[in-house]
Design a protein around this ligand. Sequence first.
Ligand SMILES: CC(C)(COP(=O)(O)OP(=O)(O)OC[C@H]1O[C@@H](n2cnc3c(N)ncnc32)[C@H](O)[C@@H]1OP(=O)(O)O)[C@@H](O)C(=O)NCCC(=O)NCCS
Length: 166
Amino acid sequence: LKPRGVHVTAVIGSPPEHRDWQHGDQVHTPDIHHSARVNAFVTVDGGLKSRTRVGALTFVMAHCHIGHDAQIGDGCELAPGTVIGGHAVLEDGVRCGIGVLVRPFVRVGAGARLGAGAVVVKDVPAGEVWVGNPARKLAADDWAGRERERDGWDEWYAASRAEVAA
Ligand SMILES: CC(C)(COP(=O)(O)OP(=O)(O)OC[C@H]1O[C@@H](n2cnc3c(N)ncnc32)[C@H](O)[C@@H]1OP(=O)(O)O)[C@@H](O)C(=O)NCCC(=O)NCCS
């Protein structure tokens, strides 16, 4: 299992930058799974309507920001500098390359891969690879049949999941 826990410099549960006048001053504490890893200088805003969530075995690298009410599933990877807008949803196993930006309220389907620097403004179907600004499906995308990046993420996730469940 990779190291887990929340780095001492991460700021968890601050009120969002814009407070929603409809919800007053109530801010829900983020729900960060104990097996998640949250690295240095990450910010996870408190939720206005519900708890901002970071799922099991999700790895949030340095300088990421997760907006209020966002739902990050299990086994996701957010590379450095990724910014997730408020209320956005990343289903399980989504992997964001360096510097990805996901617009508020957008949903990214399970197992999707967002290329480095992608600016995601529309919902992404499960399992697809999207790149660019505005992000679009990679023209040459045959991700299922393609050789995945050889970094062992899938194997690590499968093994770790079994360990956390045990
Ligand atoms: C999107 C990604 C997964 C695609 O990987 P791949 O399938 O091996 O891609 P290729 O290098 O074969 O490139 C395929 C095409 O997509 C383009 N492309 C690749 N990555 C891109 C990106 N991030 N943004 C825009 N275009 C990109 C390439 O220029 C190429 O275009 P072409 O066919 O017109 O020449 C990968 O490039 C990527 O961005 N990975 C994120 C890596 C990262 O940030 N890791 C974090 C480590 S902490």
